[in-house]
Design a protein around this ligand. Sequence first.
Ligand code: AHR
Length: 660
Amino acid sequence: MKYSGMTVIAAVSLFGFSMYSEAVAKATVEVDYDHGKAISPLLMGVFYEDLSYAADGGLYAELIENRSFDYSAAEGRGWNALSFWNLETRGGGDGQMISDSADPIHPNNPLYLVLGIRNPGEGVGVINHGYGGIPLKAGEAYDFSVFARQLSSPASPLTVLLETKDGSEVLAQAEFPAITSSWKKYTAELSPNKTVDDARLVLLAHGKGRIGIDMVSLFPRNTFNNRPNGLRAGLAQAIADIKPRFMRFPGGCLVHGDGIDNMYNWKNSIGPVEQRKGQRNIWRYHQSLGLGYFEYFQFCEDIGAEPLPVVPAGVSCQNSGASVSGAWGQGQQCVAMADMPAFIQDILDLIEWANGPADSEWGAKRAAAGHPEPFGLNYLGVGNEDAITPGFEERFEMIYKVLKEKHPEITIVGTVGPAPDDDDYRKGWDVARRLKVDMVDEHCYRSPQWFWDNLNRWDAYDRDASKVYLGEWAAHDQGKKSTLRAAIAEAAYWTAMERNGDVVSMASYAPLLARNGNTHWTPDLIFFSNTEVFPTISYQVQKLLGNNGGDIYLSTACSDVEGRFSASTVRDRSSGDTIIKLVNGESDFRSVQVKLNGQIGILPPALKTVLSGANPDAVNSGRGAAAGDIVPVSEKIRVASSFDVRLEPNSLTIIRISGK
Ligand code: AHR
């Protein structure tokens, strides 16, 4: 029986003719072991941008919000230097809090808190609830630190307390007997006696007079890889679990910024945290830069990913000032030509900082931060989906030529605009061809059907032209969080990337992280709260793909295909495993005949992993299978040189044949 181009199997039950019938689509897949080509071993990566509170309040493990009293109204929410801090007076205490800028810890960190204490009572100070409550675990160590300075005599003692949200219980505390008259860092280890998700930090002074306070910090000792000033362990682990071969940072639009003065300046993000120059985030909040270039490079090293920093191409985001002028798309500002030599020197300094010897000027700064060995920077992005204007082209060419001349060993990634098929894309490719740019960054946010319709996109790309980095991509399903339909379309597109892995060298889903309640962009790969991590279905797909990559593509021919279906096969030379990916985009089962040409008889055992669901609109809660989430399920199977496999509706099936 045929129905809508699919075979309908009438099932017979114990009670006679069944209530249901099951449509089955078909496909034949022929893998040719004798026709392989080398593909990029770096295909799977991650795109990290401080968007949706991905850094402060996110991956950066700092628990105190506005720790350096630098929030400002310019950051868009009626904030000021004292936002997220409340005055606290105890036992007859009387005083006030103001911000001041006279004689700060460092010029890059201009504002600090001044406590003016008229009557100390049982304490006058401030309270901070972190990012909507401070999560604490009983018995674990937390590193508290504060910079303080007595502005009037006599010296005052200071107390820090971790308390429950309502202050009814003290969970941990430490005392600093006397504050000196010049800025000094005071530290204490705090170990809470109870696990709570919503604690508060209280800082109390106990003497009359005025005290300057800055950089109030609380860090879990348990960061990813136990790094000081490190990353939130569970969130960083979720990223590491994808097995990304590279990480792009720090964005996204954050790189080229909301106007020239808002461009991301890597030099502001290194060195002691109290000397870093925080600034307004293009996504309209504050970025402390506590998570800066050192931390990014260190994380890359910790997870075995190539660092891929992106620097601006001498132009700002074309949407700069959009909220003010409404000039969407026409706000690109260019660095003055007279300033370009210094701008380019900053990029050269970055390379020296990352790769230079510990006794070079910038290498010494890396060494001083605790990494005398070079990090090994091999890839550098210049520009982020810029409008390809004459101003852009002129500056990009200047930067590119200097970098190629001085650092031919580094692969430079150029940019071809924000979309996969518009004028900027075409002009960007013209620039890339003219300058013979090593690689270009394509961006693609499109509907799931678009991805199915464009599986042949790269088949016709010139193999001798610039390589492609699909730097930002995601299937957008009617403004929703990642649906099964979107994730399956992404899996299908991945098979096209593997098939074209001699052209497409890298790819990264975007954006990566979003904090619940502070989400500026949808969909995202991983959502999180203060205490939990909520992976999406797209995350499950990216993780499966990242854990099943290869470096040889085996010719995979699909025939007899009905409806949405795609397949690819790779070999991983290090394990010898062959990995077949089969993607069924229909809400019907599909019977597939797989022929492994060039392989005879019974093959070694294989692992079949399936991610599927009946409802293409399904969205994961992120709480796992027990909560009804769609997650992969694996079983061992036996395969032969020709075998049949039945694919679930809306599914990604990965068959990994052991090379042993
Ligand atoms: O990934 C979110 C944003 O999308 C990036 O910042 C920008 O490059 C793109 O428009």
